[in-house]
Design a protein around this ligand. Structure first.
Ligand code: APR
Length: 315
């Protein structure tokens, strides 16, 4: 059977680490692309990673490039291109800069890999995924954003540590935008099948929820010069795996919701079935009144972010 072709746009921390996890799991052949200004860095990282193959036991072919021709006919494209927020830069400056970068990347993907399934990782995530969808014009099921897997992994890590149990036994679902307004559904969190409310008191749970919401900022605060990449990349690789192995994973990701959850045409974090066709189904679940109110607030924040992006881009 033919190996999947996975192209990763942006060979920085998240991009290169996604290549690493994808290679380690032998998910397919990998193309790591960055801008020509970066010189031969993607080639260097790819060669280095390839040489881990004999040790780790993977046969994935990995190449680095700045030429989109090398990405042609990709089955999956992961977009991590962008710049991090720099001192003195406003949120809107970052939004406009990354929206322009993602627009250029989307134009290229549209022409070189017209059948690809695209996972957007660049921030601000909810706006970047909307932009990529607008520019490519791909069916909504083939465009998604990585946020929910990462956010729920952070939540699961904190719950497992709190209880002194394996992270494997903690199951969780987080909805909404990838930001301060994300909605950890404590009503859906179980530990070995036991509802978490039976194990952790509400006040402590609220602290864990808040730490999860601040999860990205906590790491930026520690790293000082960049943002998280191991867990974001691992989350992205899990989504790639769900697609190339047609796993039908039930996970949260930023998916295009129209009538679903009454969102009205935006990408918001929701539970989906992710498989070989991309977002195969969006699962609508019942929330408590409070969770629903938080979700609506989060969806409104996503709408506002997209409107700001469209204004900054001039339509
Ligand atoms: N095309 C391709 N790559 C680009 C482009 C472009 N037009 N513009 C910038 N890049 C590349 C940069 O050259 C850089 O190598 O994107 C890469 C980004 O890498 P890092 O700066 O290391 O950032 P990283 O930590 O990987 O984060 C990337 O993912 O999680 C999000 O918030 C994060 O938006 C950020 C993105």
């Amino acid at each position: 059977m033919k190996r999947a072709k996975i192209s990763i746009i942006g060979a920085g921390n998240v991009g290169a680490t996604t290549a690493h996890w994808c290679a380690a799991a032998e998910l397919g052949d990998i193309v790591l692309l960055d801008i020509p200004e970066l010189g031969t860095v993607p080639q260097g990282k790819s060669l280095d990673l390839s040489q881990a193959g004999p040790i780790m036991g993977f046969d994935s072919a990995i190449i680095g490039t700045s030429d989109y021709a090398d990405t042609a006919g990709s089955d999956v494209v992961v977009v991590t291109a962008g710049i991090p927020r720099k001192p003195g830069m406003s949120r809107d400056d970052l939004l406009a800069t990354n929206a322009r970068i993602v627009s250029k990347v989307a134009e290229q993907i549209k022409h070189t890999s017209p059948q690809a399934i695209v996972i957007v990782v660049s921030n601000p995530l909810d706006a970047m995924v909307q932009r990529l969808w607008q520019v490519t014009g791909f069916e909504p099921r083939r465009v998604m954003g990585q946020a929910g897997v990462l956010d729920s992994a952070r939540f699961r890590t904190f719950v497992a540590r709190e209880l002194g149990v394996s992270v494997e036994d903690v199951s969780a679902m987080l909805l909404g935008g990838h930001g301060d307004t994300m909605v950890p559904l404590t009503s859906c969190c179980t530990v070995g099948g036991i509802p978490v409310a039976q194990l952790i008191a509400p006040q402590r749970m609220a602290e864990i929820v808040q730490r999860t919401r601040d999860g990205g900022a906590e790491i930026v605060g520690l790293l000082k010069t960049g943002s998280a990449y191991y867990a974001p990349a691992a989350a992205t690789a899990q989504m790639v795996e769900a697609i190339v192995r047609d796993k039908k994973r039930l996970i949260a990701c930023a998916a295009h919701c129209d009538r679903e959850y009454g969102v009205g045409g935006y990408f918001v974090g929701v539970p989906v079935v992710l498989g070989g066709n991309g977002v195969e189904r969006i699962i609508e679940i019942q929330m408590t009144g409070e969770e629903r109110a938080q979700f609506d607030k989060s969806a409104a924040a996503v709408r506002a972010l997209v409107e700001t992006m469209e204004r900054l881009l001039g339509g």
